[in-house]
Design a protein around this ligand. Structure first.
Ligand code: AMP
Length: 270
């Protein structure tokens, strides 16, 4: 966490008397069952903290609260939230609590992102280091900053640019993004034992009709039926009346979750 701690230290130097509140993007996922918290490594590594933490927890916390307000029955059921922005992940919840998420020990796992690989066979790292002579720092840079939509398209990490480009490479990057979301959707639904609602959020989830349409295409087998007109209008509810599971678009607000947590803590300390 060096960059996070640097912020804490800078704030301590500038405002020595201020109370600092840290909000962890992993906290929401502490309700994961153990089976989804471990990697299949020798146990000593789990004890040292090598665990499947999950991220975007502030966003999922906000969405869980919004669902409780907007659609309490949906909130109480089996929900998959797709946070699709420059960073992207998905979370399976039951009763508003996280059961599984696509991100793991770091925010590199799971879905491909603007510049991050998402899930990748760790054997690729051995290959790059042993055969290509790359340093670990070079591999880290490659995986975090040069991959994902940017790497596959060779053009941009920005979904708007890729949707407008229409090149073979840009289309392949979009295809891969959609394919991985659909794979995770099936996997998370299996982990939840079914699906009552899919929620889209994040810059792409909240704005891209195309990605939402392509993710939901042919998903009737899992109970999802998109209403194209509602989707085109960016409505909150974008599934058809007949759809067994609901499809929703809910703008997320991570900053508000942080502000509320800070307020709660300050009030309890007063
Ligand atoms: P975020 O990190 O949540 O701010 O999301 C940023 C991503 O959302 C970028 O890839 C943007 O291109 C994408 N985005 C924002 N608006 C749109 C839009 N209208 N259509 C497609 N993608 C969009």
């Amino acid at each position: 966490q060096p960059h996070n701690l640097a912020g804490v230290e800078a704030a301590m130097a500038a405002f020595p008397d201020a109370l600092q509140v840290a909000c962890f993007d992993t906290a929401f996922h502490r309700s994961h069952p153990k089976v989804n918290d471990v990697f299949a490594l020798p146990r000593e590594y789990y004890d040292k903290g090598v665990r499947r933490y999950g991220f975007h927890g502030l966003s999922y916390d906000y969405i869980s609260g919004e669902l409780k307000r907007l659609a309490p029955l949906v909130h109480d059921g089996r929900v998959i939230v797709a946070h699709l922005g420059n960073g992207a992940s998905m979370c399976g919840m039951i009763g508003g609590h996280s059961i599984a998420s696509t991100m793991g020990f770091t925010a590199l796992d799971g879905l491909p992102m603007g510049t991050r690989t998402g899930q990748i066979d760790p054997g690729v790292i051995f290959y790059l280091v042993q055969q290509e002579g790359k340093s670990i720092d070079e591999v880290r840079q490659l995986f975090y900053s040069k991959s994902g939509l940017l790497g596959l398209s060779g053009l941009s990490n920005d979904m708007r640019t890729l949707e407008a480009a229409g090149t073979v490479e840009a289309n392949e990057a979009i295809d891969y993004f959609v394919f991985r979301i659909r794979r995770e959707l099936g996997g998370l639904a299996a982990a939840l034992g079914g699906l009552d609602a899919l929620v889209f959020c994040g810059g792409i989830g909240e704005n891209s009709r195309l990605i939402r349409e392509r993710v939901c295409e042919g998903m009737g087998w899992i109970g999802l039926e998109l209403d194209r007109e509602r989707n085109a209008r960016n409505d909150t509810l974008i599934s058809t009346e007949m759809s067994r599971a609901r499809i929703l678009v809910v703008p997320t607000n991570e900053e508000l979750v942080i502000a509320r947590a800070g307020k709660r803590l300050l009030e309890s300390a007063a």
